[in-house]
Design a protein around this ligand. Structure first.
Ligand SMILES: [Zn+2]
Length: 266
């Protein structure tokens, strides 16, 4: 991926080195009633199918944890995250209907109550995208008491593609460029006003991703503001609105976002 601004990266090196040493590689674990079980970093995966061919994907999940530490300045998850993988949609739907009847159906799920976070997904062509997306939510919620909905989804959309596609290969990039060419100006205050997933459509997901991309690959001050905002959340200090913090640091952050994508070339 496009390297992040080294100046910011240096600030996070100490926390990054300490935490990544703990992550390790994948190893087997008790499958219990499941066909296979593996531990990958904080993720304890159990599957209805053999995980023998899934090592690369599990290593990608470990790498997302490394990158969350490195780019967002957050600590490593200090609790296990349970991942349940089903052989097909039918088996997944049956399990969700039985055990989580009140949860609206989605292709993959992240659930967090009092205990460890849990990710549910099933084997399909989208499994890798689904796992990277839901496991990003799980890593954030393992260390933050609350995450604003738009930022939660924006980060999950950012990390759901393979690492080498994050900067230039995300499917949101081309339609976003069209939106901007037609004069759209993604407003962060609009995203901040969304109270539930039912208010988040395709445009909202794309714009949430765009703000995350801007803060990770755009002006260093925007990245710093994101890191400080997340640190405040982690410290349970009221962080205020990120839109206000960004405008305070950058003056007209929306215009800077538009300029960021206009100039975003390999
Ligand atoms: Zn999501």
């Amino acid at each position: 991926m496009q390297p992040l601004r080294p100046r910011i990266g240096l600030l996070l090196v100490a926390a990054f080195s300490a935490a990544t040493a703990l992550l390790g590689q994948t190893r087997d674990c008790a499958a219990q009633d499941w066909v296979d079980g593996k531990v990958a970093g904080p993720f304890v995966c159990r599957a209805e199918f053999s995980l023998a061919g899934s090592e690369n994907l599990l290593r990608e999940l470990i790498q997302i944890q490394v990158d969350v530490i490195r780019y967002l300045g957050l600590p490593a998850a200090n609790e296990q995250i349970e991942v349940y993988l089903f052989r097909d949609k039918r088996s997944y739907s049956g399990y969700i209907e039985k055990h989580l009847p009140k949860v609206p159906y989605r292709r993959a799920l992240f659930i967090k109550g009092q205990g460890p976070g849990r990710v549910y997904a099933y084997q399909s062509r989208e499994l890798a995208v689904d796992l990277r997306h839901e496991c990003t939510h799980a890593l954030l919620h393992a260390v933050l008491p609350v995450v604003p909905l738009w930022l939660d989804e924006g980060l999950a959309e950012y990390f759901e593609v393979p690492a080498d596609q994050r900067a230039f290969g995300n499917p949101h990039l081309a339609p976003l460029r069209w939106n901007l060419r037609l004069g759209a100006k993604p407003k962060l205050t609009d995203l901040e006003s969304k109270g539930g997933l039912s208010e988040m459509g395709g445009t909202e997901y794309r714009y949430a991703w765009a703000w995350v991309h801007f803060m990770l690959h755009g002006p260093p001050e925007a990245h710093q503001e994101l890191v400080q905002f997340l640190a405040a959340l982690q410290a349970r200090t009221p962080p205020g609105l990120l839109s206000q913090r960004l405008n305070h640091r950058l003056s007209d952050a929306e215009q800077r976002l538009v300029a960021h994508f206009k100039g975003w070339k390999r």
